[in-house]
Write a protein of this length. Structure first.
Lengths: 120, 160
């Protein structure tokens, strides 16, 4: 089941070459019958400066901390490798209180379904 | 460990400061510490000792007329913040309970519940009536205007 989403460590290393100091956000990954759920702590990241990008099989979360305060700017970035079971077209993301939730629904063949057993 | 190389071409290329941002060389170490803390579960340890006094979360600015405190509190909602200001003392307590959503199995868990608790004591009293606090994008920003006597003043120099 964990093969559905795997962290892609190579690409995050590439990100470190960028001029902006990068941070790796803390992430939770959950799964139920219908979807995978990625939750990430992104304090100081605003709606406008956050990108969630799916370039199959790669899921990339990238958020720049806001420049409105006088604090040092950071780039939060993390990349995951998605398995075939994720329905890329139905991914939804929500940001509130500095926490990002990415819902990754599974394609139908990978969803758990109960089969009613008929009596003969 | 020092290794001598007969031929300079054999030596691994040392690129000085390639990963260090020149503006602040210490920043790299801060990031490294952040990553290591995450790796070795500083947040996990915090379950045993749930009070986090993490300097990384907090930033303090003195703009002259006011003191601004910023605290990173991702996942904390307004009702979970306790803030009191009196004279030159400021106290903040914030709690987040991050539990796995119901009906889901957990594959990875790095985000933990925490309690942030911190108090500051300033050299001069703040104007408690005009103190303001705002929670936005997971950041608590407390703006504390200094009391009139503590604010910087330009003194004109008179010619004798």
């Amino acid at each position: 089941m964990t093969q559905n989403i795997v962290e892609n460590s190579n690409s995050s290393r590439v990100e470190r070459a960028s001029t902006l100091a990068t941070l790796t956000p803390s992430v939770d990954i959950y799964e139920n019958d219908k979807e995978l759920l990625v939750v990430a702590d992104l304090p100081r990241v605003t709606h406008e400066s956050l990108t969630v990008e799916v370039n199959h099989p790669e899921l990339k979360i990238e958020g720049r901390t806001s420049v409105s305060d006088k604090r040092q700017e950071f780039l939060y970035t993390r990349t995951f490798h998605l398995g075939a079971s994720v329905d890329v077209n139905k991914i939804e993301a929500k940001l509130s209180d500095g926490v990002l939730e990415v819902h990754l629904p599974k394609t139908e063949p990978f969803q758990v379904r109960k089969i009613a057993v008929k009596s003969a | 460990m020092l290794t001598r190389y007969r031929n300079t071409n054999d030596a691994p290329r040392f690129v000085p400061f390639s990963l260090v941002d020149w503006e602040s060389p210490w920043r790299t170490f801060g990031n490294l510490r952040h990553d290591l803390d995450r790796l070795f579960g500083v947040y996990e340890r915090s379950i045993a000792n749930p009070t986090l006094n993490n300097d990384d979360r907090t930033e303090l600015h003195d703009t002259g007329n006011e003191i601004v405190i910023c605290v990173d509190l991702p996942g904390v909602s307004k009702k979970d913040v306790e803030l009191s200001v009196s004279g030159e003392n400021v106290f903040v307590k914030a709690t987040r309970s991050a539990s796995a959503p119901e009906g889901y199995t957990t594959h990875r868990r790095e985000r933990a519940s925490y309690t942030f608790e911190h108090s500051w004591r300033f050299a001069a009293p703040v104007d408690t009536q005009k103190a303001e606090a705002r929670l936005q994008d997971g950041v608590l920003t407390i703006t504390l205007p200094k009391s009139p006597n503590a604010q910087p003043k330009q003194i004109p120099v008179k010619a004798g």
